[in-house]
Ligand binder design. Sequence first.
Ligand SMILES: [Fe+2]
Ligand SMILES: [Fe+2]
Length: 367
Amino acid sequence: MIEENKKQKVLIIDDEEMNLKLLSAILTNNGYEYDMAKNGREALQKVKEFIPDLVLLDIMMPEMDGYEVCRRLKSDASTQNIPIIMITALADRESRIKGLDSGASDFLTKPFDRVELVLRTKNLLKIKEFEGFLLNHNRILEEKVLERTEELKKAFQQIDKTYKEVKEGYIDTIERLTIVAEYKDEETAGHIRRVGHYCSVIAACLGLQGKAIEEISYAAPMHDIGKVGVPSEILLKRGKLTSEEFSLMKTHTTMGGNILRNSSSELLQMAQRIALTHHERWDGSGYPGGLTGEEIPIEGRIMNIVDQYDAIRSPRPYKEGLSHEKAVEIITKGDGRTMPEHFDPEVLKAFLTVSGELDKIFETHGD
Ligand SMILES: [Fe+2]
Ligand SMILES: [Fe+2]
């Protein structure tokens, strides 16, 4: 801020006693505070102690001349903003240029006019004051910007943290929900975890976008959630199901779809499609809808193939788990129950492309 009432300080540097007296009298009469120095060395010292707002500087002095004093003041960061008026008997163009070159702001020629001296002093001090005001203003602005940036950063971090917590809670709830269905079934926790990984690998190979890949990895584990509504004796029956039992078994798809339907969450919408269509087959021989080809959502087509792969590889009380190579052979050539025409040719191609990765997932995500 511009200070209204504080006296402004002027340092007079001149080797002639008479000039010092004259200049100090003029300054006092016009309301300025002053101090004096008789040579360059003393001047540099006084500038540090007195801290003037303006310097009146004689050029012709013994030892160190005015140009040198000027240069030194301008090369020091703590004094370079102090305006300097050079007072000189030299009226020629060259000495003025030399003065400007060494950093002077203005000139007065001896013998000087009192009114001119006072006006020039006043003007330069006004400019300096305004520069100080601007500098201070900029500093305050910069501080405010830094402060606000810091606040914004903290707010974003908080939002990010909350988002992560909500998402983790969400995923955790889904996993627990999936475990409910698993209690009634021979499918294992390992299977539930693996299908998410398999699906995301195949989805990436098929060129699905990042968000869809993440969603399918969380949605796939819910594919059999409808089994909570199927009697345990059917789910766990060792022998062949009667046609009535099989009809009931098939309802796990529609029941899963019902459990998950009408959600505003895109993830649960995808989970709903997967639960409903993961037993549909490309050739139309699946259930519950007997859908064919691209009538089956892509997520359902992906889930169908990974479900088969993992079932073939997993041991059951009544059968051994088969090798990766054997599972790939059954899926590509068929074994009477599982047939290649059940699968979307594009999904099958992607399955084969990433089958090495699927094998790794099976080996590293056991029960
Ligand atoms: Fe199923
Ligand atoms: Fe499954």
